[in-house]
Design a protein around this ligand. Structure first.
Ligand code: NAP
Length: 280
């Protein structure tokens, strides 16, 4: 009887997951595992390979599992999961992609997106009201970036993208004033330049931009975190500009999800240790 009770307790230990296809590259288990250990919280955060064909069955199984607190969602499921979970925050009608699902005690599954707030966290102290901004890219990450920038009331936004039509659609979606240009266009004198494209990632072509038109107090923010010091960030640093790297957003979006899953914020003052772990 005692053994059975122990077993049941072990099975109901809280856990969360990250799902994707592929999933081996995800750094989320390292981040959440570091915080769980630092806080001494019982629980686990696992990597789970889920293919598009298996997505609905996975969600159905986890809905019935009281130990499962939820999951982070990565490529290629961020859009498809919106059909499988509740959406009280109207993520579908705004950002258009979910990266976090949280299970409620009654089994309801709430979908949300922590990428936008994670992106904005390092900029929160700045006044970007009316500031001209350049965003490179028009994919899922760019949607979260543009959503956050629109809420911050930025000024004209120039989107540089390989597919200009996609970029024009995003300006309209987020009610932003601005324009669209090809990737080799000259930069306007923007206060903030954000790379939300895959360019500069390991295995992808570099992002070659001439940063000369940016003012001396401009900030260059690259969402790419593999490698951490991208060619864009190196060029920005060489020009003496302030930079923000992709780990800030990665840790920021994870922090919000961690609190939703495990009911406590990540420990304070441990970011440098975590960054060292993530870049080891
Ligand atoms: P996505 O939806 O696939 O979008 C990719 C974007 O990159 C599109 O704008 C695409 O242009 C452009 N692109 C891809 N390959 C290109 C090429 N060869 N030449 C020109 N443009 C190219 O991907 P995503 O989810 O938005 O992710 C974009 C990047 O953000 C990735 O590096 C990802 O790792 C990073 N990211 C970081 C975080 C973080 O927490 N730091 C979070 C999310 C994403 P088209 O529109 O023309 O196809």
């Amino acid at each position: 009887m005692a053994a059975r009770h122990r077993n049941r307790t072990a099975m109901s230990a809280p856990y969360a997951e990250v799902i994707g296809d592929p999933i081996a590259q995800s750094k989320s288990p390292l981040i959440h595992g570091f915080w769980l250990k630092a806080l001494g919280l019982p629980g686990d955060y696992r990597r789970r390979h889920v293919t598009p064909d298996d997505l609905a069955a996975y969600i159905g199984e986890r809905r019935a599992d009281a130990g499962w607190r939820g999951c982070n969602v990565t490529i290629p499921h961020k859009v498809a999961v919106m059909d499988l979970v509740d959406d009280p925050g109207n993520i579908r009608g705004t950002i258009g992609a979910m990266n976090t699902i949280v299970r409620q005690p009654d089994g309801a599954l709430i979908g949300t997106n922590t990428d936008a707030a994670g992106f904005y966290a390092p900029l929160a102290e700045l006044d970007l009201q009316g500031a001209p901004v350049v965003v490179v890219g028009a994919g899922g990450a760019a949607r979260a970036v543009l959503f956050a920038l629109a809420r911050a009331g930025v000024g004209p936004v120039t989107i540089l993208n390989r597919s200009p039509l996609k970029a024009m659609g995003l300006l309209a979606t987020f009610g932003l004033k601005g324009d669209v240009a090809p990737l080799d266009a000259s930069l306007p004198p923007a206060a903030l330049l954000v790379n939300a494209s895959s360019l500069g990632m390991t295995g992808q072509p570099p992002l070659d931009l001439d940063l000369a038109p940016l003012p001396d107090d401009a900030i260059v923010y690259d969402l790419v975190y593999a490698p951490l010091q991208t060619g864009l960030l190196k060029a920005a640093a060489a020009r003496g500009l302030d930079t923000v790297d992709g780990l800030d957003m990665l840790i920021g979006q994870a922090a919000l999800a961690f609190e939703l899953f495990f009911g406590a914020p990540p420990p304070e003052g441990r970011d440098e240790e975590l960054r060292a772990l993530l870049t080891a």
